[in-house]
Design a protein around this ligand. Sequence first.
Ligand SMILES: Nc1ncnc2c1ncn2[C@@H]1O[C@H](COP(=O)(O)OP(=O)(O)OP(=O)(O)O)[C@@H](O)[C@H]1O
Ligand SMILES: [Mg+2]
Length: 268
Amino acid sequence: MLIALCGDKGAPGVTTSTLAIASAWPEAAIVVEASPAGGDLAIRLRPKGSVLPEAPTVLSVVTASRGADGTDAVANHSHVLNSTTRVVPGPASAEQFSNIGDWAPLADALGRSSVPVFADLGHLHAASATIAVAARADLVVVVSRPDMPSVVRVRERLIRAATHLARMRGAAPRLFPLLVSTSRHGQADVADLGAVLAETPARPFLVDAGFLAHDPAAVRRLQAGEEPAGRLARTALMRTARTVVDQIERIAKVPAHATAGSASEAGS
Ligand SMILES: Nc1ncnc2c1ncn2[C@@H]1O[C@H](COP(=O)(O)OP(=O)(O)OP(=O)(O)O)[C@@H](O)[C@H]1O
Ligand SMILES: [Mg+2]
């Protein structure tokens, strides 16, 4: 299973949300940082108090995926963060990403991984290098903040993503808006966003919507490699991440054609 997470200008939270949701996944999961602007995980993560080794990175997966046997290229080129979560950090600079050229083999390797992959695609638009990964994904999570400028942006982003991904896939994409909010306001924020999106062409492609709590202390603990099923599970960040995981698991059980509108609806 491949879950892609992306965002838009001025609505930070994609990398952190990817990490939180993958860590809340009940079994093994891999975070792949494929944000063309450059990676943050190699700088932020400190499992067992140590920085991650310089390699492998997502560039190692790209190289392996071009070879004859890319079946477990992702798992074979990942680092351990905690007992269930592995990570493939992105290279620190955008220049190193620009060497990738063709992203299709990477998209294919991520899609074929035997361990569920949560891929951070950074800011996504039609001309993004990572659009091939979004088109291959089983679900595209679009991260936003709940303030009005961010909601206006995410609305436009979802409409464009629905149209573009439907054309690329020749089938309906499944889109999931995710707000970085608070435990207190998250549900109301999601309801408000639902009202904003109700009459848009993106509506048939929205399979659900949810929120993660803004919880800086829990983010720090997660980045330090603390076990997500231990005391960290009681934090607002991980409780809301588990709810999002439940939502994603429900979506994954339903065949794609039964959960979203048709490609022609998005293209019209
Ligand atoms: N749920 C959260 N709780 C607390 N802090 C958060 C949360 N989500 C994001 N942040 C903080 O916001 C900042 C930006 O988040 P993050 O790096 O995840 O955003 P991004 O969309 O990946 O940004 P970029 O465009 O730079 O890749 C970081 O300092 C991160 O710790
Ligand atoms: Mg990021």
